[in-house]
Design a protein around this ligand. Structure first.
Ligand SMILES: Nc1nc2c(ncn2[C@@H]2O[C@H](COP(=O)(O)OP(=O)(O)OP(=O)(O)O)[C@@H](O)[C@H]2O)c(=O)[nH]1
Ligand SMILES: [Mg+2]
Length: 580
């Protein structure tokens, strides 16, 4: 199994870093130009079903992405027991489109609340219109022919417009034959309101929920994301059922029983939807359990994980592409291009291998059921070592976007330390001439042009080391030598450390992948050149998966030191032990 080769950045800065919770991975001093990870896909094999992108891009038409890039996914497919489940899960996914295919010329109506508690803060109507237009443009063949901001007292109520406004709108829409549909920029339209407006305007009327859901449906590729969309769609199906029920009732046919079953048509439909919901939830739970399991494997492999979050279209994927050099990653200028959490291997300056997690973008007023169904996907964010919050500094609503992202992050109930250590990356500064971040907390970059990346990488490294406690040995001991053994997937770090510090080290990192192999007493080593007496203990650290500390037999000479599987047996004396 591949493992991290090196992790500790040499230099005085490390001494300041506090001790953390993970095993240090040491790196050889002055790092040579960095090669890409020798086997990143193996490293990435620990990622969830369909959630792995070793080298690969994104594309809305690539529904088979669960496969080749996800080793975990491949394994699942190989298991014949899974075939039946896969079939069942496929059956739960609806295929008919939510919105009509082909060209649509849309009239965008944005109801604006001018005062009162429903008046949105930190934003302006024209920005909200711009975002709604971007949503429409995300749809293939859809364009906006007319955008209108219309006063409204209660955009989310049953009566969105006053009588006069409604008449004016009806006249406008009916008098513009190019308009084939209306996008009413409200979160959800009640079924009767939708019906009423469609009858008045003579075209289909869509709300934000339906449009966003449709985009999600188009962009979801992994099974989990697709099932999440299917779950989020259920309220829509229920309200459609309600509407058709009202219609049937109007004709006096709503309560007719089917073939003596004791259930009316509507009751049958409701039951089927309930069954459907239960099955989707079960299937999602199955997939999530797999993802959690794989997440645990990933943590065992000790790769620091950096989650890249931010408002949709802020440049998350572009940044990951720039940081990893993965040419196959395909950022796209559209909202919700990324819907599945994907993992990408990269290297920090001192050859610390890290995993970047690309995440779904946030959106203000994201429909509730969508947030709910996708929140599990964001579980991975909660388990990362560091969160990078990417912001589009060229966007007029950048502050609102930040507020929206932070409120979503807070809703994820992240560990306080993780939330406090969020690193802000101010992106797209090439579009804001002379931009300087206000405080030292943020790093300004242009992911597209590669500006500011060296500083960002250095900051990431500091933050990762701080978070993972990699600095421990550098702080508490003197690192003398680092011997990287790539074929074994380990690094052998020799340090000089006092017995008491060594004891603390073993206490602090009981679950680590470290294996120390004792070879002799300092001053009279069993192997290698003599060391000055009283210097301390040299520890050979075998990082990551290749070592299996739990199964290693105990060293006969030093009870707290697992014995070597190679090299001479260790010995101790004079209060010191020499280990390799
Ligand atoms: N000018 C400029 N454009 C950028 C920069 N970074 C990203 N972009 C552009 O912004 C658009 C969106 O980039 P993505 O990386 O797909 O954004 P994202 O945050 O991953 O978007 P979603 O996955 O949809 O949430 C693309 O057209 C990028 O080329 C930058 O630094 N400067
Ligand atoms: Mg993206």
């Amino acid at each position: 199994m591949w493992a991290l080769r090196a992790a500790v950045r040499p230099g005085p800065g490390l001494c300041r870093l506090a001790c953390g919770r993970r095993l240090p991975r040491a790196a050889p001093p002055p790092p040579p130009p960095l090669p890409p990870p020798a086997c990143p896909e193996r490293a990435l094999a620990a990622f969830g079903p369909g959630g792995v992108k070793g080298r690969g891009g994104e594309g809305r038409d690539r529904r088979d992405d669960d496969g080749p890039r996800s080793r975990a996914g491949e394994q699942e497919e190989e298991d014949p027991g899974d075939a039946e489940q896969e079939e069942e899960e496929e059956a739960l996914l609806r295929t008919e489109p939510l919105l009509p295919l082909g060209t649509q010329r849309v009239c965008l109506i944005h109801p604006e609340v001018k005062r009162g508690p429903e008046k949105p803060k930190l934003t302006r109507a024209e920005w909200q219109v711009a975002e709604a237009e971007a949503l429409v443009h995300t749809l293939d063949g859809w364009s906006v022919v007319e955008s209108m901001v219309v006063p409204s007292k209660s955009p989310n109520g049953k009566l969105i417009f006053g009588k006069g406004t409604l008449e004016h709108l009806t006249e406008k829409i009916r008098g513009t034959p190019e308009i084939t549909a209306v996008f009413l920029n409200v979160e959800r339209l009640a079924a009767p309101t939708k019906k009423e407006l469609e009858a008045a305007w003579g075209v289909q009327v869509y709300d934000r929920f339906t449009v966003v859901l449709h985009i999600f449906r188009c962009n979801a590729r992994t099974k989990e994301a697709r099932l999440q969309v299917a779950l989020a769609e259920l309220p829509l199906l229920r309200s459609r059922l309600k509407a058709s029920m009202a219609l049937l009732d109007g004709r006096g046919r709503g309560s007719r029983y089917i073939m003596g079953s004791g259930e009316s048509f509507v009751q049958v439909q409701q039951r089927l939807l309930k069954d459907q919901e239960m099955k989707i939830r079960k299937a999602l739970e199955r997939l999530r359990n797999k993802r959690r399991l794989l997440g645990r494997q990933r943590r065992r492999q000790e790769f620091p994980v950096i989650s890249v979050v931010g408002y949709t279209n802020c440049g998350k994927t572009t940044l990951i592409k720039a940081l990893t050099g993965d040419d196959a990653v395909q950022p796209r200028d559209q909202l919700f291009a990324t819907l599945d959490i994907t993992a990408h291997a990269g290297w920090l300056p001192s050859r610390v291998a890290v995993i970047y997690m690309d995440t779904i973008g946030f959106l203000s007023q994201l429909p509730h059921s969508l947030i709910e169904s996708f929140s599990a996907t964001l579980e991975d964010v909660a388990r990362s070592d560091l969160i990078v919050h990417v912001r589009d500094m060229s966007h007029p609503e950048t502050e609102l976007q930040k507020a929206s992202v932070l409120s979503t992050l807070r809703g994820l109930r992240l560990p306080a330390a993780l939330l406090d250590s969020v690193l802000e990356v101010h992106n797209k500064v090439d579009l804001v001439p002379g931009y300087r971040p206000a405080g030292p907390q943020a790093v300004a970059v242009s992911a597209l042009l590669g500006q500011g990346l060296p500083e960002l990488k250095a900051r990431l490294e500091d933050a990762v080391l701080r978070a993972t406690g990699d600095s421990w040995l550098h702080q508490e001991a003197t690192v003398q030598d680092v011997d990287v053994i790539p074929e074994a997937g380990v690094a052998d770090v020799t340090v000089v450390i006092s017995s008491s510090a060594y004891g603390r080290f073993r206490k602090l990192f009981p679950e680590n992948r470290l294996r120390c192999v004792c070879t002799g007493v300092s001053g009279s080593p069993a192997r290698g050149p003599a060391r000055p007496p009283g210097v301390g203990v040299s520890i050979g650290c075998f990082t990551l998966a290749a070592a299996s500390p739990r199964s290693a037999p105990q060293c006969p000479a030093t009870p707290d030191c697992p014995a070597a599987t190679h090299g001479p047996p260790c010995s101790s004396g004079g209060g010191n032990t020499v280990c390799h």
